[in-house]
Design a binder for this molecule. Structure first.
Ligand code: PHB
Length: 398
């Protein structure tokens, strides 16, 4: 059906060339269907609200037609980290809805659940967040535009040692992105001359952090490195940290930016002030593109929803889809799209980004400190490690 429509469009194009037919209109081509997988219900609904505002901001800036095709977003509710639900929804999106491309918007287990059906059916998948490096080895259909936890953990350990934090306790969630974060941080810490005071791996589902923080306290570290996914973990960890008296003892938190996600700042409150984190996106990032993105995001966001890494990376996924579709006259051929994405470079609200030959993201990694800016909690960038690959190594990009 699409091939037929393309042929018709091509004929019209020829007719236009000799001057007696109107140009092909968007309503003549089939819609470009984009399935957006993220949480839209229960405690995860906030991620859907985040994604929706980012999509609305993008469509306002770039329009809802690309290369003659009207863009249609099909929202799919993952219900949280729930691979069984997501596998079924991915099959439906592919075989029933005939989507052109899928956005894997949230957790690693969900991106892995989309991998099988999408590779089999040759539907490209763009990952906006799932942060486990090894996903791509198992998923030939997937290309990452978010981040990996190794990417941020490796430079962070070096930064920590260089800034006097040498004896560090590590806390990381016991699933893909946490396990990789822990391994990368420990290796980089040892290489930089630091020592591991101890480590614990809380589970993904509903952890109570008090026992884990007590273990950290018993090991008498200078700092605690923590990766925990955005959502319910940061609240739980910060409460246990506040109750433990570690802050008063001067034990610093060195977290990945998931812990001070802008979406949660208002709920987390002033106890985050002064925390260091490492990440790829801050609402406070100083660039013209980010200021535009933030302004447009707020114009569409529900009250209390703030732009964060999930929103910025969803915006970038749409940038990449539009570029790939424009380069193919509106089509998203599987092999060609993946080939086009490899080596693609463009400006993101987070700064410059590039997709490498392994379909993974290369970007600046920022060290940030939580401060109040105009009365609002923000992750203020205090150091930049330019153009880091998914393993945490700096690379030349030009
Ligand atoms: C993931 O599952 O890969 C994930 C989820 C939430 C985050 C980071 C990574 O904040």
């Amino acid at each position: 059906m699409f091939r037929k429509t393309l042929a018709v469009t091509a004929m019209l194009g020829a007719a236009v060339a000799i001057g007696f037919a109107p140009a092909a209109r968007a309503d003549e081509a089939p819609p470009l269907k984009i399935a957006l997988f993220t949480g839209y219900s229960g405690p995860f609904a906030i991620f859907g609200q985040e994604a929706d505002a980012a999509v609305a901001a993008f469509l306002k800036e770039h329009g809802d037609v690309v290369a003659g095709r009207k863009v249609v977003i099909l929202k799919r509710d993952t219900t949280g980290p729930n691979p069984d639900v997501v596998h079924r929804l991915a099959q439906e999106a592919i075989t029933r809805d005939h989507v052109d491309v899928i956005i894997a918007g949230d957790y690693t287990p969900n991106a892995l659940a989309i991998a099988g059906p999408s590779a089999q059916a040759h539907v490209p998948v763009l990952i906006a967040n799932a942060a486990t490096t090894s996903i791509l080895e198992r998923s030939p259909s997937e290309v990452r535009l978010g981040f990996t936890t190794s990417q941020v953990a490796v430079p962070y350990a070096k930064w920590a040692v260089a800034h006097g934090y040498k004896r560090i306790f590590a806390i990381y969630t016991d699933y893909g992105p946490g396990i990789e974060a822990g391994a990368a941080f420990k290796k980089s810490l040892a290489e930089a001359g630091g020592t591991l005071a101890g480590e614990v791996k809380p589970p993904l589902r509903s952890p109570d952090y008090s026992a884990y923080v007590q273990r950290a306290k018993d090991s008498d570290p200078q700092a605690i490195f923590i990766f925990a996914p955005a959502g319910e973990h940061p609240q739980a960890f910060l409460k246990a940290y506040a109750d433990s008296g570690l802050k008063e003892k001067g034990v610093k938190i060195l977290a990945t930016g998931d812990l001070t996600d802008e979406l949660q700042f208002d709920a987390l409150g002033d106890k985050t002030l002064g925390m260091y984190t490492v990440f790829h996106y801050s609402e406070n990032h100083d660039s013209a593109l980010n200021r535009q993105f933030v302004k447009d995001f707020y114009a569409f966001a529900q009250p209390h929803v703030r732009p964060d890494f999930g929103g910025a990376c969803t915006y970038d996924v749409l940038q990449a889809i539009y570029k790939a579709a424009a380069a193919q006259g509106g089509k998203l051929d599987y092999d060609k799209t993946i080939a086009l994405l490899k080596g693609m470079k463009f400006e993101s609200p987070r700064g410059p980004i590039m997709i490498d030959d392994h379909r993974d993201i290369v970007q600046n990694v920022y060290i940030r400190e939580v401060r109040k800016v105009d009365g609002k909690l923000q992750n203020v960038e205090i150091d930049t490690i330019p153009m880091v690959d998914d393993h945490g190594n700096q690379v030349k990009t030009n």
